[in-house]
Design a protein around this ligand. Structure first.
Ligand code: ADP
Length: 459
């Protein structure tokens, strides 16, 4: 049985069969221990009252009386010492009874056949239509000693009831099996739907129609499934967008380079024009080189945080070094740079942290205005180091702030279009800070400036 449906149905039906068998065995013990002696007692009383009535009323016709009694639901068997036997009511199926038992009753004793009927016949012994399964009492009628054996006529008493019970039993078994099959289907169907959904997901089909309204575990599973599908779709979209961005960002410098090398080859150019074209080509080569470096870094950051090589890093020294290297470009733009960088050592990856400061400083310069200023400050707040890069640059709209950490996202304005960039810098910053267990926040006012605040745990 391979399917869950089959297993569930077979297990449930087996449980039903097993519990019926156990119930039958238990009821049998109850019958043997409790009902059988009670039944014996009750029938003994009835037999004795019949015998007493006959003895007290010698004038009645014994055969008539016994025939009438039999009609009220009994099987009677009368015998005397000469071996003369007579049955009243439905005949016993089996008349075998030991001579000693018969003699025992003729001698004036009571025969308790019901109580002593063999125990191995289970509860069905109750229905055994045998002389052995009766009560025998002595009876004296017109000075003759008789032995009267009596047992309830089960067939007569149960005739209608036992059909009813039999139907009840058969119906309940059939209905239970049908309901088990339907119920199992109700339980198992969502699993089959979920299995189908996994196939749809595998084929890139992310819109799933699943039974999320169910309140049980399967409903929760379906909800998680839909959630997972949404996430997978987002990932898929990001992946597609990423590939198209990369392709575009590689293709455009390549076609620029192709165009300018073509010009250099064909045209009669003066020295100044040649130098200008070569410088453009160099710029494109640098852009491609930056892009590939950033992509490689992002790919390694994506792998996991095991790649972090943490050690004590003096981050103020790192930033001071970068400020020194950036001096020519700040001077070029007339940007004044101030800083407050007290020595502070944190535990982190020196090369990755350097990339964070480098990207933030480069942006503060790139997106600044001529003769603007930059202020960098570092302070300790409890167990955290807080580095802030504030600039008096072009600033950003509030609506843009959520997106600037996305890969390849660049704010597209007349002012930013002329500024070189890949749109990867801030996503790298966010990834590295996240790997270090810190966070980056940004506040910005369009036309006035921007401040990036990086919080990193010191230990
Ligand atoms: P890019 O390579 O374009 O600089 P980033 O990921 O570093 O990519 O930055 C994403 C975008 O965020 C930039 O294109 C720019 O529009 C905006 N941005 C980043 N830093 C600043 C800043 N200091 N001032 C104003 N805008 C900024």
């Amino acid at each position: 049985m391979k399917s869950l449906y089959g297993k569930f149905a077979v297990i449930t039906i087996s449980i039903m069969v097993l519990s019926s068998i156990v119930a039958f065995l238990l009821s049998n013990v109850y019958y043997q221990q409790h009902l059988k002696p009670l039944n014996d007692q009750k029938n003994t009383r009835i037999a004795e009252s019949i015998a007493a009535f006959v003895q007290d009323n010698p004038s009645i016709d014994l055969e008539d009386y016994l025939s009438h009694t039999a009609e009220t639901g009994y099987q009677l068997y009368l015998m005397d010492a000469t071996g003369h036997e007579q049955s009243f009511g439905a005949p016993f199926r089996d008349l075998s009874l030991s001579d000693s038992a018969k003699k025992h009753v003729l001698d004036g004793h009571i025969y308790h056949g019901i109580r002593h009927f063999p125990t191995d016949t289970f509860v069905t012994g109750f229905f055994a239509n045998e002389l052995r399964n009766s009560i025998g009492v002595p009876l004296t009628y017109n000075n003759t000693d008789y032995a009267l054996f009596i047992r309830p006529d089960i067939a007569l008493l149960f005739n209608e009831m036992h059909y009813l019970f039999a139907w009840l039993l058969v119906l309940s078994i059939v209905l239970s099996i049908v309901f088990v099959l339907i119920g199992t289907n109700y339980l198992i169907k969502p699993i089959a739907t979920l299995t189908k959904a996994t196939h749809s997901l595998a084929n890139g089909q992310f819109h799933l129609d699943l039974p999320t309204a169910r309140k049980d575990e399967l409903g929760q599973l379906a909800k998680s499934f839909v959630h997972m599908a949404k996430k997978l779709q987002q990932l898929d979209d990001t992946r597609k967008e990423f590939i198209s961005n990369i392709s575009h960002d590689i293709q455009s410098p390549l076609s620029n380079m192709k165009g300018y090398t073509g010009l250099l080859e064909k045209e009669q150019l003066n020295e100044e024009e040649k130098n200008q074209y070569i410088s453009i080509i160099n710029g494109e080569i640098n852009r491609l080189s930056t892009l590939t470096k950033q992509l490689l870094l992002l790919a390694s950051l994506d792998r996991n945080e095991d790649l972090l090589q943490k050690q004590p890093v003096n981050i103020s020294t790192q930033v001071k070094e970068l400020i020194r290297n950036a001096q020519w470009s700040t001077q070029d733009k007339g940007i004044s740079l101030s800083y407050s960088l007290p020595d502070l050592t944190i535990n982190g990856d020196p090369s990755l942290l350097n990339t964070v400061w480098d990207n933030l400083l480069t942006n503060a310069i790139k997106y600044n205005r001529p003769n603007g200023s930059i202020d960098i400050s570092l302070k300790r707040a409890g167990s955290k180091a807080i580095m802030t890069f504030s600039d008096t640059g072009i600033g950003m709209q509030k609506s843009e702030l959520d997106r600037i950490f996305e890969r390849f996202y660049r704010i597209d304005t007349a002012r930013t279009r002329s500024i070189d960039g890949t749109g990867l810098g801030l996503s790298i910053v966010a990834d590295i800070v996240d790997l270090h267990g810190g966070q980056v926040n940004v506040v910005s006012i369009p036309g006035e400036g921007t401040a990036f605040r990086v919080e990193l745990p010191i230990a």
